[in-house]
Design a binder for this molecule. Structure first.
Ligand SMILES: NC(=O)C1=CN([C@@H]2O[C@H](COP(=O)(O)OP(=O)(O)OC[C@H]3O[C@@H](n4cnc5c(N)ncnc54)[C@H](O)[C@@H]3O)[C@@H](O)[C@H]2O)C=CC1
Ligand SMILES: O=C(O)CCC(=O)C(=O)O
Length: 416
């Protein structure tokens, strides 16, 4: 019998950026013991060195997994983004090497929504400036530019998980909620979708961004858009640093066009606590600057640790790719007495029949077969009896357009 399924203790896992201990515990409980954790991200060069013998990598938003990194990652089997956004990963570079990428699409939604709501109230009252003055011995006791949230208009750009959650919380406080999204979205409560970004900018007292990093969202808020906002408006960005032109924002705060801002994400962010944070927004009154901690609550991080680690374990043990952001999604049953062949190939006609020809010529009985494709990749999973020869696996690897073949032992063999 061919021996290609790796012993779990030999499967190397690298977790970067201070991923929560719950991820380590989840991996250990599943039998994966070779886990290295680092509290920071790595530069591209350092990552290229480190990733060569790594099978699974876990990152957050800071680590850039580029084409060059994937090219060096000879053993990489899957990527876990312990966050929502996956813009830091070259998803096509991963896909063409048969590497599924997973994330935690909802685990920190609430944390971001709560932070934004809190910042909205603080900024409407001018608290950052009053707080700074008090720390310097000043006493800015004034109602000037201080407003209740009740009856103000909150404009949400991007009405997905976070935008919609924020909408519900904000209505509870008495905000009128408007939102703009490229997709028609069902309104929560009494919120209303507007037809254009321009309309939202003109009508909202507070504008908050909750869009992904996409070519269409890059620098979507610049000088032109800020000019459309109300005099004395407030801007919040806890989405991605590429969405707001930070120089234009700084200028609008200096000129008094905007009265306040809260920014959690920046075009360039420090790799870790040792690197200095620089920004044109530093030193401006009534600007809340936070170090990309929208999702950084213990509750969210603990849940994310478990969720993404479980997805990596499930893919490693069983082949399931449900919720992968770049890969054909297949939900697989357990395979107690069968070995499982995972064949990943370019999605071109004829590969499946070629695989079945090889199996038949090698006398391999198919106990179960599952197939899913996306526009680039086909993923065929075949459960087979345990008795097969090494030459059958070699022949499967030789099938034209094959990207990768993985073999998973039967679960009873794993437990043995
Ligand atoms: N600051 C932080 O720590 C965190 C930041 N994030 C960021 O927040 C983003 C949003 O998260 P979710 O709400 O979970 O995403 P989501 O995918 O549920 O929602 C995004 C929404 O934006 C809309 N959208 C896309 N392009 C648009 C455009 N050009 N104009 C208007 N709307 C557009 C989509 O249709 C969708 O409704 C993430 O992609 C991530 O980058 C997420 C979690 C934590
Ligand atoms: O917590 C993190 O490192 C990143 C949070 C974030 O931006 C996300 O979930 O997309």
């Amino acid at each position: 019998m061919a021996k290609t399924s790796l012993d779990k203790s030999k499967i190397k896992i690298l977790l970067l950026e201070g991923i929560h201990q719950s991820a380590v515990d989840t991996l250990l409980n599943a039998g994966y013991t070779s886990i290295e954790t680092l509290s920071t991200s790595l530069t591209e060069e350092d990552l290229i060195d480190k990733i060569r013998d790594v099978h699974f990598i876990g990152i957050r938003s800071r680590t850039q997994l580029t084409e060059r990194v994937f090219a060096a990652a000879e053993r990489l089997t899957a990527v876990g983004c312990f966050c929502i956004g996956t813009n830091q990963v070259d998803l096509d570079a991963a896909l063409k090497r048969a590497i599924p990428v997973f994330n935690a699409p909802y685990s920190n939604t609430r944390s971001v929504a709560e932070l934004v709501l809190a910042e909205t109230i603080m900024l409407l009252r001018g608290i950052p400036e009053k707080n700074a003055r008090a720390h310097q011995g000043g006493w800015l006791k004034s109602a000037k530019n201080s407003h209740e949230a009740r009856g103000k208009t909150l404009g949400i750009i991007g009405y997905g998980s976070i935008g919609a959650q924020l909408s519900v919380l904000a209505e509870g406080l008495g905000f009128d909620v408007l939102y703009y999204d490229v997709v028609t979205k069902l309104a929560m409560g009494n919120a209303r979708q507007v037809g254009s970004l321009e309309e939202l900018l003109a009508r909202a007292d507070v504008v908050t961004l909750h869009v992904p990093d996409l070519p269409s969202t890059r620098w979507m808020i610049g000088a032109e858009q800020i000019a459309l906002m109300k005099q004395g408006g407030i801007l919040i960005n806890a989405s991605r640093g590429s969405v707001v032109d930070i120089d234009a924002l700084a200028e609008s705060l200096r000129s008094g066009k905007l009265l306040g801002a809260a920014i959690d994400v920046f075009p360039v962010e420090p790799k870790g606590a040792d690197e200095e944070f620089t920004s044109p927004l530093r030193g401006l009154d009534n600007v809340i600057l936070t170090p990309h901690i929208g999702g950084s609550t213990l509750e969210a991080q603990q849940n994310i640790g478990i969720e993404v680690a479980e997805k990596l374990v499930t893919y490693s043990d069983n082949g399931t790719t449900i919720t992968s952001v770049n890969f054909p999604e297949v939900a697989l049953p357990s395979h107690p007495d069968k070995h499982r062949l995972l064949h990943i190939h370019e999605n071109v006609p004829g590969v499946l029949s070629e695989i079945n020809r090889v199996l038949s010529e090698n006398g391999i009985n198919i106990a179960g077969q599952f197939l899913q494709t996306n526009d680039k990749v086909g993923y065929v999973v075949i459960d087979v009896d345990k008795a097969y020869g090494k030459q059958a696996l070699e022949a499967l690897k030789q099938v034209n357009h094959t990207l990768r073949l993985r073999v998973l032992y039967s679960e009873s063999d794993y437990q043995a």
